[in-house]
Design a binder for this molecule. Structure first.
Ligand code: CU
Length: 314
């Protein structure tokens, strides 16, 4: 499918595809060559045509031939692989930078002006650099149409860059098995012309306007969907990785603080703390370390909207 793609969605497509085709081509020649030789030998040296086996003892020429040819082939494969990979490791200085936060189980894209999305918006024909961090386990960001893929490792800052060269919407997903809802980590890259991108990027009124139209609780629901809370929490009473939100607000929550179990009322303060410092108080029956802090990713207004939404789930 990719081989036949006539259009190039990024600057790396040709390099990666060339390496792929060279290696595939070499494999193909060997597959055919070895199979044909094998079949021929079965025919030519069977008992009828060759009753007496010949013993061959050592051949320097043969040894050299079957050492030198594979070495050359391996170096050819290495060369194309290297040539396709090397440019991926140095992003141009004028790249448009976007922060990527990976966590169980979603990616969040944060732009320099504060815009935050779950879909990656990028301008056409402009180098884009993604600075990627993981808050929990190893994830890996993969955009097949761009031929780019990079592991996102906790405790390390990783990056990838590319120049989108085709308008449209392409798949983007996590390609490192990262637990229960790994398959939720799928979204898209949206490539738009520069002027359209600028309009989207500078238009902060759009979010303000929709926030004004949305009730706070609807805004809260939208935020939670975008940032991935529902990968671990339900609103219908079922347990997932985390407790359900059904009937949470205003009721008693049993939490473990240090070694003790405490009963508290789930009010605004409690929920805010659960979002910003989840591992200081653990809900009884659940495990520490799954939910990571949303400090720096959610503003006070957004947290209040989430609380408004949680109030509606009776
Ligand atoms: Cu993942």
């Amino acid at each position: 499918m990719y081989i036949l793609a006539s259009t190039q969605a990024s600057n790396f497509v040709s390099g990666v595809d060339r390496a792929f085709l060279v290696i595939l081509g070499i494999c193909f020649v060997f597959l055919i060559g070895l199979t044909v030789t094998m079949i021929y030998f079965i025919y030519r040296y069977d008992k009828k045509r060759n009753p007496q086996a010949t013993q061959i003892k050592g051949s320097t020429t043969l040894e050299i031939v079957w050492t030198v040819i594979p070495v050359i082939l391996v170096l050819v494969m290495f060369y194309y692989g290297w040539a396709g990979w090397k440019p991926m490791k140095s992003a141009p200085d004028d790249s448009f930078e976007i922060d990527v936060i990976a966590r169980m189980w979603n990616f969040t894209f944060q732009y320099e002006n504060g815009k935050k999305t779950d879909t990656l918006f990028v301008p056409m024909d402009k180098p884009v650099k993604l600075n990627m961090v993981s808050l929990d386990v190893v994830h890996s960001l993969y955009i097949p149409a761009f031929r780019v893929k990079e592991d996102v490792v906790p405790g390390r800052e990783k990056f990838m860059w590319f120049i989108p060269q085709k308008e449209g919407i392409f798949d983007l997903f996590c390609t490192e098995y990262c637990g229960l809802s790994h398959s939720y980590m799928i979204n898209s890259v949206k490539v738009v012309p520069q002027n359209e991108f600028d309009k989207w990027y500078t238009d902060t009124t759009a979010t303000v306007a929709s926030a004004a139209i949305d009730s706070p609780s609807a805004a809260g629901k939208r935020i939670m969907t975008n940032i991935g809370c529902f990968a671990c929490h339900t609103i219908d009473g079922n347990k997932l990785v985390g407790p359900t939100f059904k009937g949470l607000y205003g009721h008693e929550a049993r939490i473990k603080v240090g070694g003790d179990i405490k009963t508290v009322i789930a009010d605004d303060e409690y929920i805010k703390k659960a979002i910003l410092d989840p591992n200081s108080e653990i809900v009884e029956g659940y495990n520490k370390g799954f939910m990571q802090s949303y400090q720096g990713q959610l503003t006070d207004t957004e947290i209040n909207q989430i609380i408004e939404y949680l109030k509606t789930i009776k």
